[in-house]
Ligand binder design. Structure first.
Ligand code: UDP
Ligand code: MG
Length: 138
C-alpha cells in the first residue's frame, strides 16, 4: 500500500472542477483517506514547491498556488503514486494523453488543475505539509 498527495489547484476550484476530478478518482478506484480545503499564503506555496526554487516558473507558480483555495487530499492504494500520475496526464496538457484529467480540463501549462506527488519520499513530505495523522483515515 502506498499514499500520495493530490491537490485540486486554484484554477480547478475556481472553475467548479472539484466534482469532476473527484469523480475520476472514484471511477479509477483511488481511495481518498483525507481531504480539506486550504488557502495557502505565498510563503506556504514557496515551502510546498521548494524543490522548484531555482526553476524559471517558480515565482509565477507560487503566485498562482496562493491565488485561491485548493482542495488537498491523501490517496491510498497499491502503486497509487504512478496510477494517479497516469490519471493526471503530462504536466503540459497539450502533451497529456486522451482521457486524462489534464487533457480534459487544463487550459495552461501552469494552470493544469491538479498536482500529484512523484515519488514515495516527496509523497511523505507533501502529505506531512498539510495533514497530521489524526486527519488521515486508513
Ligand atoms: N510548471 C509551469 N511551467 C513549466 C513546468 C511546470 O508552470 O514549464 C508548473 C505546473 O503547474 C506544474 C508545476 O509547475 O504542475 C510543477 O512542475 P512539475 O515539473 O513538478 O510538474 P508536475 O509534477 O505537476 O506534472
Ligand atoms: Mg511535480
Amino acid at each position: 500500500m502506498q499514499n500520495t498527495l493530490a491537490i485540486i489547484k486554484p484554477d480547478g476550484v475556481q472553475r467548479s472542477l472539484i466534482g469532476g476530478v473527484i469523480t475520476r478518482l472514484e471511477k479509477n478506484h483511488l481511495s481518498i483517506i483525507a481531504m480539506k480545503m486550504v488557502y495557502m499564503t505565498k510563503t506556504q506555496a514557496e515551502g510546498f514547491y521548494a524543490v522548484h526554487r531555482q526553476r524559471p516558473f517558480f515565482e509565477s507558480l507560487t503566485n498562482f498556488m496562493s491565488s485561491g483555495p485548493c482542495v488537498v487530499m491523501v490517496l491510498e492504494g497499491e502503486n497509487v503514486i504512478a496510477r494517479y500520475r497516469e490519471l493526471m496526464g503530462a504536466t503540459n496538457y497539450e502533451e497529456a494523453a486522451e482521457g486524462t484529467i489534464r487533457r480534459e480540463f487544463a487550459t495552461d501549462i501552469e494552470k493544469n488543475v491538479v498536482h500529484g506527488s512523484d515519488a514515495p519520499e516527496t509523497a511523505a513530505f507533501e502529505i506531512g505539509y498539510f495533514f497530521n495523522r489524526f486527519e488521515i483515515v486508513s
